[in-house]
Design a protein around this ligand. Structure first.
Ligand code: PLP
Length: 493
C-alpha cells in the first residue's frame, strides 16, 4: 500500500493542515515506511490524494526541508534525506519555534540595557583605531590611488609574504603561493564550499558547530552529518564510522576553542584526525578563528602545523583579536587545490579590499599586531577569569554542567535533563539577558539542554550581575516554579 494513503487530515482540528501533513510524513519516515533518498509524491498528486490545496503541501515540504528531513533537487523533486541527518533529532517543544526565527542565524537584536552573553564579537572600544588611522594615512601617502584599484584575486603580494613570516611563529611553514587572501573567514568557508561541495555531497561537521558554516553548507545543498565533539575533541570512533558510511567531501572542524563549546582537541586527536583524512582521502577544513587566546599556556597547535600530508585547508580569521569589520582573513591551501579556490574567490568578490590588505600588511610588518594581541589577551583573560569564578559560584552548583575551556571566548553549559535551553533563552531575554540556545548550533535545529555564553561582548562589571540573575532564572526553571509564559516577548529581527 502507498504509505501516503495512510495520512489522515482533520480539517476541523485547530492544528494547521500543513503541520498535520508535515507530522504525518515525519512519522512515515521514522517508521521506515519512506526510505532515505526516496522521492516524495509531486505536490499536486499528494494534494489531490489528501483533499487539500497545493499550498498546504508546499508548506509541509518546506518545513520538512528546513528541519532536515528532506532535500530538494531542482527540476527533480523532493527526496528523503539520509537517516543519519536527523539521528537524535527532537521535535521543537510544542508552542515554541526553534529560535531561528528570532535569531535569523546570528542576527540578534540587542537593547542597550541588556547584558549580552550572546555575542562573540569584541566590543568596539577594544579596536586599535589610532594605530590604524596612522597606517591608513601612511598607505594613502605611499600608494595613492593604487590602494583603491582591483587587486590580484589571490591577494596583495606583500601581505601574503608578511603572512608567511607571521605563520612561522605558529609553526606553519608555507609560501606566499599557498596563501589566498579572503574577505573574512566566513568567505573562506563559502569559497571552499563553492569550490568543492556540490549539491548532495556529504560534509561532516562537529556537533554542535558554528552557525555560519551551517548556513553556507546548507546554501550549497550539502548533506550535513554531525559527529559529537567531546571535551578533548571530536569523537574519533564515530567519525571513522561516518566517514566509511558516507564518504564525505569535507570535514569542517575548529580544533582550538571550538565554537560554540570552547573545547580544544588534544594533540593526539589532532593527529588521529589527520590520519583518518589521509586514509580515507577526505579534505579537512580547519577554521582557526581564535587559537591566539590561550589563557593557561594550553598548547593551541594548529592542525595545519601538524599536517605533513597536506590534507587540510587552513582558514584564519582576525575578527576576534583585531577588527571584524575589516573583513580580512586568509587560507593556506594545498597547491593542487588552489586553482578551484581561486576561481571561487574570483566569482565571489573578485578581490579583497586593497586598502585593508595594505593596512594590515603594515600592521604585521611593523609588529603592532604583537602588542595588540597581548592587549586583547589581557582584556579577555580578565573577563574569562570573572566568568569562570561566577559559573563556579552561581551556576554549576545548580547541577548545570560546564567543562571550563582552556581559553577562547565561549563557555558551553548544559542544563539538567528535561530542561530546555530555548526556554532558558526566552526567560533570560524577558530579563534583559542574552544567551544562545543550543538548537541554533545544529543544522537540524535539534532541541538541546545546552547553551553558549560568550565573554566577548560583556564588560567585567556586567558579568557577575548577569550570571547571578541567570542563576535565579535557572533555579526557578529547575524547581518548576517558573513555567514558560504563554505569550513571551519575541524580539523583532
Ligand atoms: C568559528 C568561526 N569561523 C568563522 C567566523 C567568521 O569570521 P570572519 O569575521 O573572519 O568572517 C566566526 C565568527 O564568529 C566563527 O565563530
Amino acid at each position: 500500500m502507498d504509505p501516503f494513503q495512510k495520512i489522515r487530515i482533520d480539517k476541523e482540528s485547530n492544528e494547521h493542515m500543513y503541520m498535520q501533513v508535515y507530522k504525518s510524513i515525519v512519522d512515515l519516515i521514522k517508521q521506515g515506511m519512506i526510505k532515505s533518498n526516496e522521492k516524495l509524491p509531486p505536490i499536486r498528486n499528494l494534494a489531490d490524494l489528501l483533499g487539500v490545496n497545493n499550498i498546504t503541501i508546499v508548506k509541509a515540504y518546506d518545513i520538512l526541508e528546513k528541519r532536515g528531513y528532506v532535500y530538494k533537487k531542482v527540476g527533480s523533486g523532493t527526496f528523503v534525506n539520509l537517516i543519519d541527518c536527523y539521528e537524535g533529532f527532537h521535535e521543537p517543544i510544542e508552542g515554541m519555534d526553534s529560535g531561528f526565527d528570532q535569531m535569523d542565524r546570528g542576527q540578534i537584536q540587542i537593547h542597550t540595557d541588556m547584558i549580552s552573553f550572546s555575542s562573540a564579537t569584541p566590543t568596539p572600544d577594544l579596536f586599535p583605531v589610532e594605530d590604524f588611522k596612522t597606517l591608513l594615512i601612511e598607505i594613502l601617502d605611499r600608494d595613492g590611488g593604487s590602494a583603491f584599484g582591483y587587486q590580484e584575486s589571490q591577494g596583495y603580494y606583500p601581505l601574503r609574504e608578511s603572512l608567511v613570516s607571521y605563520l612561522k611563529q605558529y609553526g606553519i611553514n608555507t609560501s606566499s603561493s599557498h596563501i589566498q587572501i579572503i574577505t573574512g573567514a566566513q568567505q573562506g568557508i563559502d569559497v571552499i564550499s563553492k569550490a568543492f561541495v556540490e549539491h548532495g555531497d556529504v560534509v561532516i561537521v562537529e556537533y554542535p558547530t558554528y552557525t555560519g558554516a551551517i548556513a553556507t553548507l546548507k546554501s550549497r545543498g550539502a548533506k550535513i552529518i554531525e559527529v559529537p565533539i567531546l571535551s578533548d575533541g571530536i569523537d574519533i570512533g564515530k567519525l571513522e564510522e561516518k566517514i566509511r558510511a558516507y564518504k564525505p567531501k569535507l570535514i569542517y572542524t575548529m580544533p582550538n576553542f571550538q565554537n560554540p563549546t570552547g573545547y580544544s582537541y588534544s594533540n593526539q586527536k589532532k593527529d588521529q584526525l589527520l590520519r583518518l583524512a589521509h586514509k580515507y582521502n577526505v579534505l579537512i577544513v580547519e577554521d582557526d578563528y581564535l587559537s591566539e587566546l590561550d589563557f593557561n599556556g594550553y598548547p593551541t597547535t594548529t592542525l595545519k602545523s601538524m599536517d605533513t600530508q597536506d590534507v587540510s585547508i587552513y582558514i584564519k580569521s582576525f575578527s576576534k583579536v583585531f577588527m571584524p569589520g575589516l573583513r580580512l582573513g586568509f587560507l593556506v591551501i594545498p597547491s593542487k587545490l588552489h586553482p578551484q579556490v581561486l576561481a571561487a574567490k574570483h566569482a565571489s568578490d573578485i578581490s579583497t579590499s586593497g586598502l585593508n590588505q595594505r593596512a594590515f600588511d603594515l600592521y604585521l610588518r611593523k609588529g603592532i599586531w604583537k602588542r595588540h594581541i597581548h592587549f586583547m589577551k589581557k582584556v579577555y583573560e580578565e573577563r574569562f577569569e570573572i566568568m569562570t569564578r561566577c559559573l563556579n559560584k552561581y551556576i554549576i552548583p545548580l547541577g548545570v554542567h560546564c567543562s571550563i575551556p582552556q581559553g577562547g571566548l565561549n563557555f558551553w553549559l548544559c542544563l539538567p535533563p528535561g530542561c530546555s535551553s530555548l526556554e532558558l533563552y526566552k526567560k533570560c531575554e524577558e530579563n534583559n539577558l542574552l544567551i544562545l540556545p543550543g538548537s541554533i548550533f545544529s543544522p537540524y535545529e535539534k532541541e538541546s539542554p545546552c547553551f553558549r555564553l560568550s565573554i566577548a561582548g560583556v564588560y567585567p562589571n556586567e558579568i557577575e550581575t548577569g550570571i547571578k540573575k541567570m542563576s535565579e532564572i535557572i533555579s526557578r526553571m529547575i524547581s518548576g516554579e517558573d513555567v514558560l509564559s504563554k505569550h513571551p516577548y519575541f524580539p523583532i529581527l
